[in-house]
Design a protein around this ligand. Structure first.
Ligand SMILES: Nc1ncnc2c1ncn2[C@@H]1O[C@H](COP(=O)(O)OP(=O)(O)O)[C@@H](O)[C@H]1O
Ligand SMILES: [Mg+2]
Length: 357
């Protein structure tokens, strides 16, 4: 996270080409992101490097180069801007606009959850950014709170297109490489489907919104493998069971994003944006079916709630029991639905493959 997690770069500041690196601001699956200064212009930038130790790995170099190519070709106010890229010796780097602020993940750690209004706003901005990426034929494939940054004015910047690829570019190329966290992964990605499309990002954005609104991910467990099994066959705790006073429209939209089968979800980000726009203007969504039994949430409750008073503590005991039952059931249900996908899937899901980042 930029700001609070800043540490001096090891061994004082380091010069790489035209850049002076002075603090690590993030560490992910591939390498590190530094806050840096471009010496020739003096501007502050974010500098992402694939460390030399990973430069031996053709899969990681390929992923890094792809991210560079993709980011430098996109221009959207809600996607972090790529500035430059290069290579010094066997060190590959990508230079981006520096987003001063925090990730949604860091904000969630601090605040627990967001209210309807903030959840809706972030969801809408990310959906717009993704609609743009999709219009360029790109699927992000790793939408999650860690990859959504917020600048001090609250402007949303989607980052980390390291797993992004063109819709037509399919196959099991991610087998054996570090995957994103399973907590926001669509069932078809878990299953290693050959036809990942925009609807996988719809699911991950739905999982992200569920987390933002309720303070909990849709499916959790100690093991990444069990979480993945739940993405495929676990039963979702309805949003309003987690957050009784959440707006029924927003709850219905999030649940529609989280449908197991891609054909049951929003079919595009444009469809999702249309429903979010309706909710923002106080109307019910069109595509998502609002539960007629759901009492409309009182407006006063919907904005600026605190983590207390949402009935979450009360239902925690029930949830723990449910989670235990689900965890046991997940194993029973696990291999059945996945069998049809064959051995390649099993290979991906073997425990300890490093996917629980
Ligand atoms: N442009 C940026 N400005 C500020 N912080 C950034 C920027 N890009 C990335 N970060 C921080 O670094 C972290 C890791 O970057 P990311 O691109 O997601 O790498 P990885 O592919 O390793 O996950 C992010 O979660 C974020 O906290
Ligand atoms: Mg990341």
């Amino acid at each position: 996270m930029p700001g609070s997690e800043e540490k001096p770069a090891k061994g004082a500041s380091k010069i790489v080409g035209d850049y002076e690196l002075f603090a690590t601001i993030g560490k992910g699956g591939m390498g590190s992101v530094y806050k840096a200064r471009q010496i020739s212009t003096g501007r502050v930038v974010a500098f992402k490097v694939l460390p030399p130790s990973n430069a031996e790995r053709p899969d990681l170099v390929g992923r890094f180069r792809r991210e560079v190519r993709i980011l430098l070709g996109l221009e959207h106010e809600n996607i972090v801007r790529g500035i430059d890229s290069g290579r010094v010796g066997n060190l590959h780097y990508l230079v981006m606009e520096y987003v001063e602020g925090k990730s949604v993940s860091a904000a969630l750690t601090r605040e627990g959850h967001f209210d309807d209004k903030e959840t809706l706003r972030i969801m809408f901005d990310v959906a717009r950014a993704l609609a743009y990426a999709h219009s360029k034929g790109l699927i992000h494939r790793d939408v999650k709170p860690q990859n959504i940054l917020m600048d001090p004015d609250g402007v949303i910047k989607l980052c980390d297109l390291g797993l992004a690829r063109a819709e037509a570019d399919t196959g099991f190329t991610m087998v054996g490489t570090k995957l994103g966290t399973p907590k926001y992964m669509s069932p078809e990605q878990v299953a290693g489907s050959r036809s990942i499309d925009a609807r996988a990002d719809v699911y991950s954005l739905g999982a992200t919104a569920y987390h933002m609104l309720s303070g909990s991910v849709p499916y959790d467990a100690a093991s990444g493998t069990v979480i993945m099994a739940k993405q495929v066959s676990g039963q979702l705790t309805p949003v309003r069971q987690m957050v009784p006073d959440a707006g029924p429209g927003l709850a219905a939209v999030i649940e529609l994003c989280l449908e197991k089968k891609p054909e049951d979800r929003y079919q595009s980000m444009a469809e999702l944006c249309a429903d979010l726009r309706l909710i923002a203007s106080g109307k019910p969504p069109e595509k998502a079916k609002v539960d007629p039994a759901a009492a409309p949430a009182r407006k006063a409750d919907r904005v600026g709630r605190s983590a207390r008073g949402r009935g979450r503590k009360r239902s925690r005991g029930v949830l723990i029991v449910l989670a235990a039952i689900l965890a046991a059931g997940a194993w029973a249900l696990f291999w059945g639905p996945l069998k049809e996908y064959g051995d390649a899937v099993k290979e991906r899901l073997l425990p300890g493959s490093g996917e629980t980042k």
